[in-house]
Design a binder for this molecule. Structure first.
Ligand SMILES: Nc1ncnc2c1ncn2[C@@H]1O[C@H](COP(=O)(O)OP(=O)(O)O)[C@@H](O)[C@H]1O
Ligand SMILES: [Mg+2]
Length: 227
């Protein structure tokens, strides 16, 4: 599903160059749930942002669902970004003045779908994360874990090929983290959602199939989790 070949991302030039990704090569299969681990600064966010087309690589190729996205023109990149990938941020990135459902359906509305269709899509996505009954609440009326689950609902509303999540539990306590991880696991098991999640908590790895570890922009291990 994802094939990444010799991916590099350098920031800056000359003496101050930072080699955030130093040539990484790997594949992710459809239906896998994968954790990307590694110390702070090892290149995890850089990798995720490139794969989600939020940033460009300096060198290397990557193919998603047979499409070589690394060389797509910008017009197709934005279409791809909006429809094929979902992205969950550490800080939820919800709009405070909007209900959970509105936060989820804002993207469908932007696409020109009717309010009714957008609402139905939002409720279906909220149902998948166990929050259908809280669709009318604004973010302030939700726990941290619930806020992150609304952000996940927004990311999966388009039924993306791949869901990326960058430290989705970084601001959550253990109970809320567990709820979020269980939602990922269920999306993966029930709907076959492919998920790539960055984390630095070892206990999170029991929710995934495979762990890829980065160090200084290189992959230092890539192992299946024993269940
Ligand atoms: N926009 C940027 N400009 C310059 N250096 C950056 C930028 N973003 C990240 N870096 C550097 O690239 C390296 C990898 O960063 P990052 O991918 O954020 O790591 P991680 O997510 O694993 O903590 C770090 O050394 C970081 O300082
Ligand atoms: Mg990071």
């Amino acid at each position: 599903m994802i094939i990444v070949k010799n991916l590099k991302r350098y920031y800056g030039t000359g003496a101050t160059i930072v080699k955030a990704l130093n040539g990484v090569t790997f594949e992710i299969n459809k239906g896998e749930i994968v954790a990307i681990m590694g110390a702070s600064g090892s290149g995890k966010t850089t990798l995720l942002r490139i794969l989600a087309l939020l940033d460009d690589a300096t060198e290397g190729e990557y193919t998603i669902q047979g499409l070589e996205v690394s060389s797509l023109p910008e017009s197709e990149r934005s279409y791809y970004r909006l429809t094929k990938v979902g992205y969950v941020f550490q800080d939820y990135a919800l709009i405070n003045e909007m209900s959970a459902a509105e936060n989820v359906y804002v993207l469908s509305m932007m696409e020109g779908k009717s309010k009714k269709d957008s609402y139905d899509i939002a409720l279906e996505a909220l149902d998948k994360v166990g929050l259908k009954d809280k669709h009318a609440r604004v973010p302030d009326e939700l726990s941290g874990g619930e806020k992150q689950r609304v952000a996940i609902a927004r990311a999966i509303a388009k039924k993306p090929d791949i869901l990326f999540a960058d430290e989705p539990c970084a601001n959550l306590d253990t109970t809320n983290s567990r709820q979020v991880l269980e939602v990922f696991k269920e999306l993966n098991e029930k709907y076959g959602q492919t998920i790539v999640m960055v984390t630095h908590e070892q206990w999170h790895t029991k929710y995934v199939d495979r762990v890829i570890t980065l160090k200084d922009g290189n992959i230092i291990s890539d192992e299946m989790e024993r269940k």
